[in-house]
Design a protein around this ligand. Structure first.
Ligand code: SF4
Length: 478
């Protein structure tokens, strides 16, 4: 997600650039909403940022504030209707929002709002409905309240449970907000000089600030709302002290965020490299070559090589025009995606004992295909090292970590997984070492998919499914 308030600048172009830097966070649809002080224009469609927007479209979107969104679906179908930003006309005004995350109390919210099941297409749509129905928008449409959206947000967002970062705008105000656990990231940047700002930027990850030339100011606090308009940046806390409890998704560090992102003041690439170093110490192996599964496994592989003294080399070439397999919406597309995405470098592999480092195993689809490729290319041994603990529980907070039935670590022992994947050995990084590798003392994390401890209660049916998960395997086993 991206947002910008910058009078005199081409905000649609800045939003395009910001979304381009954030393409990895969602590849199913892209969109932006631009405000010019009087009206809002929304353009969105299915596909990548560069598919949805061309130069002509961007140049036809004048305004001084904008939000943008790229989507991948964890709830709600991958359809145009669910593309974001979501727009609503509310009395005498309109607003648009982009949502990163997943709510856990949608049924309760829909019931509270008197909505029939199926009326809203997604949890983001539901939030838009709730905001449009807030008392701040209930007055005379001929005299809309200037801060109606801010008031509606303050009224509605404390009712939400789950993971949510939002960017929103009406015709004149840009808003950004994080849930009280700060599960999903959102940061603030500044265009121009500290003493004379030219504008303000909101972004899910810091590389989107870099690409538009904005300076990082800070991460939004969990539960914080910022409102940006002609008077600058205002901030307020929407939740009580007891509700605010930072639990940033630890998977942002493992896999999801770009390596050049900074979260909790730490660069993700360095954290991933340290994960590899600790993994080499925790689960050593005799081998000739260390390689990473492109791209998020590569920094950990470099760390593993450095700590183990085994040479690092490239074993797989990635087709850079293929998207991330993890976030394509169905299993067939995922399996085909692996074959299209990766190809082995035979001369580097033939006759060698290889350590393959990857960031995580969800279903085992990627790793099984990779191991088969390496064997076919002549690898004598293949040892798989995973720079995170086993994924045992589903995610209900907006990352597509699926049900127990699909999670290979929840269904099988390590010897069974080794056999399925065709590896000589398999070992995972322990949770203690994962947290040590991130090296952000005092920082709180969500680790629910690794530990089953959910920081925000999940609905009963989902919790029952969670309780059925087996104990995690011994991660230290080499
Ligand atoms: S359950 Fe896992 S993927 Fe989901 S927010 Fe928590 S740490 Fe992240």
């Amino acid at each position: 997600m991206f947002g910008v308030y910058a009078p005199g600048r081409g905000v649609a172009q800045l939003t395009f650039d910001g979304l381009y830097a954030l393409q990895h966070r969602g590849q199913e649809s892209a969109g932006m909403a631009v405000g010019d002080g009087e009206a809002i224009t929304v353009v969105k469609d299915m596909g990548l940022v560069t598919t949805v927007f061309d130069e002509r479209t961007v140049s036809c979107l004048p305004g001084h504030l904008a939000i943008g969104h790229t989507r991948y679906s964890t709830t709600g179908a991958s359809t145009w209707r669910n593309a974001q930003p979501v727009y609503r006309a509310a009395a005498g005004a309109g607003f648009a929002l982009g949502h990163n995350g997943n709510l856990t109390n949608t049924a309760e919210l829909a019931a509270r709002a008197g909505m029939l099941p199926g009326v809203v297409a997604s949890d983001s749509d539901l939030v838009a409905e709730l905001l449009a129905g807030a008392s701040a928008f209930a007055g005379d449409p001929a005299e809309p309240r200037p801060h109606a959206l801010e008031e509606a947000v303050a009224e509605v967002l404390p009712l939400l449970a789950g993971a949510f970062s939002f960017v929103m705008l009406d015709a004149s105000h840009l808003l950004g907000v994080r849930d009280p656990k700060g599960l999903r990231p959102l940061c603030l940047g500044r265009l121009g000089k500290d003493e004379d700002p030219e504008g303000w930027v909101l972004a899910s990850e810091t590389p989107a600030l870099d690409i538009v030339g904005a300076d990082f100011v800070r991460e939004l606090e969990p539960g914080e709302l910022v409102v940006i308009d002609e008077d600058g940046v205002r901030t307020r806390q929407l939740f009580s002290e007891a509700q605010v409890d930072p639990r940033l998704c630890i998977f942002e560090f493992v896999y999801f965020a770009r390596p050049d992102s900074r979260l909790y003041g730490r660069e993700v690439h360095g954290a991933r490299r340290r994960m590899g170093e600790l993994l080499a110490t925790q689960a050593p192996v005799d081998a000739d070559l260390v390689m990473g599964v492109p791209e998020s496994g590569v920094p950990a592989a470099e760390g593993f090589a450095r700590a183990s003294g085994i040479p690092y080399g490239q074993g797989l070439v990635k087709n850079r025009y293929i998207g991330r397999t993890f976030i394509t919406p169905d299993q067939t597309a995922r399996a085909e995606g692996v074959r299209r995405k990766l190809n082995p470098l035979r001369d580097n592999i033939d006759g060698k004992r290889i350590v393959v480092v990857d960031d995580s195993i969800v279903r085992g689809t990627t790793q099984r295909a990779v191991v088969r490729m390496l064997r076919e290319a002549g690898a004598r041994q293949v040892h798989l090292r995973i720079s995170s603990p086993p994924l045992m529980w589903p995610c209900f907070y907006g990352i597509d970590i699926p049900s127990h039935e699909e999670l290979i670590a929840a269904q099988s022992s390590i010897p069974q997984i080794e056999e399925y994947l065709g590896v000589d050995s398999l070992a995972y990084l322990s949770l203690d070492n994962l947290v040590a590798a991130i090296d952000a003392p005092g920082a709180g994390f969500c680790t629910a998919c690794l530990t089953g401890v959910y920081p925000v209660p999940v609905p009963a049916a989902q919790a029952d499914a969670g309780a059925a998960a087996p104990s995690p395997p011994d991660t230290a086993r080499a």
